[in-house]
Design a protein around this ligand. Sequence first.
Ligand SMILES: *Cc1c(COP(=O)(O)O)cnc(C)c1O
Length: 428
Amino acid sequence: MDTLAINGGKKAVPDKLIKVWPPIGALDRKLVLASLNGHEHSFGPNCRAFEKEFAAWNGNQFAINTNSGTAALHMSLAACGLSAGDHVLVTAYSWSSSATCILHHNCIPVFVDIDFATINIDVRKIEAAITSKTRAIIVVHLHGLAVNMDQVLRIARKHKLLVIEDACQAHGALYKNKKVGTFGDCAAFSFNQNKCLCSGEGGMFVTDNPDMFQKAKQLWSFGETRAPGQARDYHAYALGWMYRSSDLVAAFGRAQLARLDYYFKTQRENAALLLAELKGTPGLILPVEPAGHTHNWYNFTSRIDLSAAGWNGQPERFRDAVMKALQAEGVPANVWQSFILPAMTVFRARNAYGGGCPWTCHQTRPVEYDPAKFPVAQRHCATHFGMTTPLRAPNGRAAVNTIARGFKKVFAQLDRLDVEKILSLKKS
Ligand SMILES: *Cc1c(COP(=O)(O)O)cnc(C)c1O
């Protein structure tokens, strides 16, 4: 058996084999340069065109181009007309913004544990978390796998809840052949560096509801009702932030959007190949794609089966050692989130705005943030590792096959990992 790279052997994945994300081509250069040579550098013609093109691509009536996915999420809370102190349901495991956006609108996050197989909110546990103060639910299509929207919409209708989709990782992902961001009342996308559509930073708010569109737009730009380019009256009608994007960024985003379907297809082909290569690897729990779901494979997230690996110690220690062994082979695996949301200080301190707000300055029922109440999210968090770039265009069969070789090499020798020694090694 080949000696593991972490034990001094040869790397499975040669340097520079995996191409960086995102690919930059002639169209990116053309559109960005044209924007630079233009004269509208703030919210200009590319921003307006990007909104139109993205709305058409995703199948939404309205889109607002923002400077981040987090901004688009905050706008979603305002668009839903939520009030200070309202309870909003959200998954216990995601990026922090999926829940801090609730605080941004002075509402109170109520967490729901995840389903281990899909890593998404456990739809069977949603109803138990509903209180008399619950007004909305944020569903996060995590890692590019859609939440079971039939179940979510059924519960939402029954309890009169508004539905916000955090689609920041899920561009192009489908549920029953329909794109995410078209199920809920409104949705947020991110165009940050690592996302499936990258414009450096950036985001998009989408909705089909004209009233929500207006409310989101006010919060987006100083509380005004008219966007730049229209006859502004420079009057703040509502509480507003400054969440607009710039023309250069939108030019980059438009060029990437033109290739998004090709990116999506490539990611799906690469993920299918990797899944086929790794199927049956002892100790490795592979990601799933349940019937009716079309994954975009934003993040290929696996878990380590600790009992199969014969590990009885602290889960994170074994996972971290395996990850270091994979990285030594040249596999760009990483821990994505090492804390579940209820364990984050911003929630546990219950003092986002000072004076205990929003938790104790409103008449509200106490909410539970004890991490022990979210055992499935904890278990996932402690044993997972993810991977993005090798599955992204222009990487193909050659990159995926070498990555698979790296995985198989490490997982065939889990018993040869000296966990204590690996964890004591300095970062190179
Ligand atoms: C990236 C991300 C966000 C935030 O997007 P930004 O553009 O970085 O603000 C929100 N939710 C999820 C699930 C994300 O992955």
